[in-house]
Write a protein that binds this ligand. Structure first.
Ligand code: ZN
Length: 280
């Protein structure tokens, strides 16, 4: 990999209760009454990034941007980039084409009002651009988005056949760059080494070996975390088993393990990905 090419560190900036498809106590109409944690947990993460001098790409939920414009200012002042993570943190295929476009526009407006002009990057909640919603890539291009980071090469939320490297996808409205998250093959399964339980359960040494392996193939490793993964005392709610695991598995010590990963390899935001060749 060229020396000026870095791995990519991304943050999906959302509240602990932004969980797709659960409803009930965590439905959007209740969000303003739930304990607010995002400001505190994001500041913990920003302090870590400041200490180790890593700039990241933050995909921000519009609802958060509307309520915490100062937090968005702080993210920008730290040299980080801002992209959209939707307004109501809804899955793209649940929204459908018209509601997706409205939700995307609302998120971009909210982020612009908070100081993030010209949002051109997007990540779908729960990696929800997949075979059920490829139409969304065209919508993104039509709304001024040039880079998407929503397609996970993993069965549960995407498909193992999706490319594992940054690449250009063609839509009727024009091209869009797709930047997938890091996965590895393990025990005949594809594992999310770069995010979620896969990142939290792995030792820093194992993650760094995986990053080194993809870097040797000329590919930047893309990591993703949420602010709520750094909450020392996260509010506990009952979730379906799969989500329970994704949300609460091995949070303890994660900040320290992540620090060791970020110190062990060169990381930057998506804008730093210069030198990466984009195969179609
Ligand atoms: Zn999310």
């Amino acid at each position: 990999m060229p020396a000026d090419t870095r791995n990519v560190f991304t943050v999906d900036l959302e509240e602990w209760f932004h969980v797709c498809g659960v409803g009930g106590a965590l439905a959007p109409e209740n969000w303003d009454r739930l304990p607010a944690r995002v400001e505190q947990t994001t500041r913990t993460l920003l302090d870590l990034l400041d200490t180790i001098q890593v700039r990241a790409t933050f995909f921000v939920v519009g609802w958060v941007g509307d309520r915490y414009p100062r937090l968005i200012e702080t993210v920008l002042a730290g040299g980080h980039e801002i992209g959209s993570h939707g307004y109501h943190h809804a899955r793209v295929y649940d929204l459908g084409p018209d509601a997706f476009r409205q939700d995307l526009r609302a998120s971009i407006r909210a982020l612009a009002a908070a100081g993030a002009a010209r949002v051109t990057m997007f990540r779908a909640p729960e990696w929800s651009i997949n075979d059920r919603s490829f139409w969304a890539l065209q919508t993104l291009v039509e709304e001024g988005v040039t880079l998407d980071a929503s397609m996970a090469p993993i069965k549960l939320v995407g498909a193992v056949t999706y490319p594992r490297h940054p690449h250009v996808r063609l839509t009727p409205a024009g091209p869009i760059t797709e930047v997938p998250p890091l996965v590895v093959d393990r025990f005949r399964q594809v594992m999310p080494m770069g995010w979620g339980w896969g990142l939290r359960m792995s030792s820093p040494q194992r993650v760094l070996r995986a990053i080194d392996a993809v870097n040797r193939a000329g590919i930047p490793a893309v990591l993703m975390v949420h602010p709520w993964e750094f909450d020392p005392d996260p509010p506990r709610v009952r979730l379906p088993a799969r989500l329970q695991f994704a949300h609460y598995f091995r949070l303890s010590g994660f900040r320290e393990r992540l620090r060791d990963v970020l110190r062990g390899a060169p990381f930057g935001h998506i804008g730093d990905m210069a030198g990466v060749s984009l195969a179609e």
